[in-house]
Design a protein around this ligand. Structure first.
Ligand code: AMP
Ligand code: MG
Length: 273
């Protein structure tokens, strides 16, 4: 077996570093092959289940998982395959769509703040406040001076959450343009998946380069010690799942979640009649 790298260290975006997605290999697997990954993922999923049980029992920390990536990058698939570890009681998934009128009547972080996890919970964001420097930037939904001020605002918002007991980790699922084409085609060809296909996705695909530039900037400006980005090579779904599960497990393990002590009035050796 090849010596395996520490995925958390290898995939973290160093604060202050300049990311260029175009120079990355999104098919990288860091020495893993598909065969070895299957049992390794099972192990990681079992570990996550155990860690979440402790986290929930302890009710001390919140964990916020942000998933971003271009259409078909695998955000839904990751939630399905990795987060299945979690007891639904103690886990929430929020999918951020085009903002409603009510949401647009507030600042862009309003809907996000309402969805952050409670203590003891793991909150998963399928898209997030990052859309406000991604799709919003690519489509000029607000002027440049408005979106360009948001990177600092986001860093401060995440700093505030972190200071108040939320552990934040952000996964960017990176795929190649050709991989997206294959996934769209497969989605279209599969009668159980065609419902997910949208002509809008093809219009967005034409803006590929603009999205890549927006991703590069978001990853470069908002990876911080308190809310790091992990750049996940996601052409291979099995590696993507293993990487997310491992990094999430390592991060939660670092919180050392522990079962609360037995209440003082509960004696040892009790036999219930
Ligand atoms: P999906 O994730 O496929 O359900 O699509 C959700 C859509 O909502 C995507 O096209 C996102 O770009 C879009 N969306 C999410 N947040 C925002 C936002 N803040 N402003 C505009 N569009 C958004
Ligand atoms: Mg979509």
């Amino acid at each position: 077996m090849a010596t395996r790298v520490d995925l958390r260290a290898a995939l973290a975006v160093r604060p202050g570093s300049r990311v260029r997605l175009a120079s990355q290999d999104h098919g990288e697997t860091h020495g893993w092959d598909k065969e070895a990954t299957t049992p390794a993922l099972e192990k990681q999923v079992a570990r996550l289940a155990d860690l979440q049980d402790r986290l929930w029992a302890e009710s001390k920390h919140s964990v916020l998982v942000v998933l971003q990536g271009i259409d078909a990058a695998g955000k839904d698939g990751t939630i399905n395959k990795v987060m299945e570890a979690f007891n639904p009681q103690g886990c929430s998934v929020t999918s951020f769509k085009v903002p409603s009128d009510e949401e647009l009547a507030h600042d862009y972080l309003w809907r996000v703040h309402q969805a952050v996890p409670r203590k003891g919970e793991i909150g998963i964001f399928n898209r997030s406040h990052y859309e406000d420097v991604l799709v919003v930037r690519v489509h000029d939904i607000v002027p440049r001076d408005v979106w360009s001020a948001r990177y600092d605002q986001i860093n401060e918002f995440e700093r505030f959450l972190a200071d108040n007991g939320t552990t934040i980790l952000k996964f960017f699922l990176a795929i190649d343009k050709d991989e997206q084409r294959e996934r769209f085609q497969a989605r279209y060809d599969d009668p159980t998946k065609r419902w997910k296909f949208s002509m809008g996705d093809l219009a967005e695909r034409k803006l590929w380069d603009d999205y890549q530039a927006a991703f590069d900037d978001a990853l470069s400006k908002t990876s911080t010690a308190h809310a790091p980005w992990y750049l996940i090579p996601a052409n291979r779904k099995w590696f993507r799942n293993l990487a997310v599960a491992t990094i999430l497990g390592d991060t939660i393990a670092g919180l050392k979640p522990a079962y609360p002590p037995v209440p003082p009035d509960v004696p040892g050796g009790l036999v219930i009649e």
